[in-house]
Design a binder for this molecule. Structure first.
Ligand SMILES: Nc1ncnc2c1ncn2[C@@H]1O[C@H](COP(=O)(O)OP(=O)(O)O)[C@@H](O)[C@H]1O
Ligand SMILES: [Mg+2]
Length: 145
């Protein structure tokens, strides 16, 4: 997965800059887009998803879907399908929760821990690899788009 071609690297100094980045992603999001987020615990996958949701105009509070695997938000410009596949025990479960319908749907899918289901993701999936920077609050976003 790390061998995917990186087209753009965005470095932010603090969470406010992450917010700007996320809002711009949300504003630019297209129907049917799939955004795969990979990064260690605490790098800010859920935080970035919240800011993407803000950019989409989602009015509900985004809470981590760790236990439900997927949560839907319909109040924005596009439906947001927020996945956290960390606790998925078996990729077959993806089928049971209807993940492939979401992948083929007209909303924006944002998937935390996407590397765990890499083989199941459609070829048009766009990836963001998140890393900690040197200073507290810094993050590095490596994007395949
Ligand atoms: N630049 C930043 N971008 C995103 N989150 C940040 C940043 N700086 C600090 N944080 C903090 O890091 C934490 C990220 O947590 P979370 O989004 O739950 O991570 P993950 O979903 O990757 O486990 C939050 O407490 C957030 O406030
Ligand atoms: Mg998270």
């Amino acid at each position: 997965m790390e061998s995917k071609q990186i087209r753009r690297t965005v470095t932010v100094k603090n969470e406010e800059e992450t917010r700007s980045f996320g809002i711009s992603l949300g504003r630019q999001a297209r129907a049917g887009q799939i955004l795969a987020l990979s990064g260690d615990l605490g790098t800010g996958k859920t935080a970035l998803t919240r800011y993407i949701a803000e950019g989409l105009g989602v009015r509900e509070t985004i809470s981590s879907p760790t236990f439900t695997v997927i949560k839907e938000y319909e109040s924005g410009r596009l439906p947001l399908y927020h996945f956290d596949v960390y606790r998925l025990s078996d990729p077959d479960e993806l089928f049971n929760i209807g993940a492939y319908e979401y992948f083929d749907g007209e909303g924006l899918c944002v998937i935390e821990w996407a590397e765990l289901i890499e083989d199941e993701l459609p070829p048009e999936t766009e990836y963001i690899f998140i890393e900690y920077g040197q200073q507290e609050g810094e993050r590095i976003y490596r994007c395949t788009f």
